[in-house]
Design a protein around this ligand. Sequence first.
Ligand SMILES: NC(=O)c1ccc[n+]([C@@H]2O[C@H](COP(=O)([O-])OP(=O)(O)OC[C@H]3O[C@@H](n4cnc5c(N)ncnc54)[C@H](O)[C@@H]3O)[C@@H](O)[C@H]2O)c1
Length: 284
Amino acid sequence: MTYNLLKGKKGIIFGALNDMSIAWKVAERAVEEGAEIVLTNTPLAIRMGDMDKLAEKTNAKVIPADATSVEDLENLIKESMAHFGGQVDFILHSIGMSLNVRKNRPYDDLNYDYMMKSMDISAISFHKLLQTARKLDAISEWGSVVALSYIAAQRTFFGYNEMAEAKAMLESIARSFGYIYGRDKKIRINTISQSPTLTTAGQGIKGMSDLIDFSERMSPLGNASADDCADYCLVMFSDLTRKVTMQNLFHDGGFSQVGMSWRAMNVYSMSLEDMKNNMDKIID
Ligand SMILES: NC(=O)c1ccc[n+]([C@@H]2O[C@H](COP(=O)([O-])OP(=O)(O)OC[C@H]3O[C@@H](n4cnc5c(N)ncnc54)[C@H](O)[C@@H]3O)[C@@H](O)[C@H]2O)c1
């Protein structure tokens, strides 16, 4: 169902790699809701991924940018403003990458050069984007910027590794910049803390499929899908949320508020039973 929530709005969407990407779903839904969009990703991701298909489907202009490069961001924003003939109304930062996770380095044996790069890509790029947009006065009054986060910013999720620090910094940047941008230009900046979702970035997390099952059992509403996340992003880009800023918004079927659920406990006790049986066998 469409509601024309973004009629006449213009936006930049970072991070659509393939049709599993959360940004891909946001792009499709934003256009369905009446927005015009620019799609961006690294030159490599554009070459290796399927963004051209998405651009065709959504009638979007593609402008490559490495989000860690201020020069690329300046070019992206200037070109987007020229394309739209003025400011943009919304931006999605849907970027995450951990070099240590990729290289299988555990949290107590991190490579610090990798770690700096992971922070740059996954968190500092958000600051670079906001600072560049502000200097170029690129976002319209009451505009909205959303970045995607995960609950490992607040609580320990073992396999999430250094991305926990990246997400904590990302959420902090949303608050710190949200104050400045809100005060000066009435621009909203929020993070959405999404359920674990099977995407290319998601698959890199240790034990991802078990984590998805665990979260599903823990969440009274079940995990939020990428499509659900797209819907939430649109609401945050719309005029219906004009006074929401500097927030980390959990979008997780209730997971963040649950300590224990019977659905998860049942699996745990079944495994205990199983283990006991197997141990008996071993003892026998
Ligand atoms: N999948 C999950 O379980 C989950 C849960 C919560 C939050 N998130 C967050 O959602 C966001 C999107 O991830 P996704 O799950 O859709 O995976 P994805 O792999 O589809 O998207 C990640 C994107 O980041 C882009 N990227 C990497 N380095 C970049 C750079 N230097 N400049 C610009 N773009 C760059 C990649 O090309 C890719 O398009 C990330 O911030 C991720 O941490 C994901």
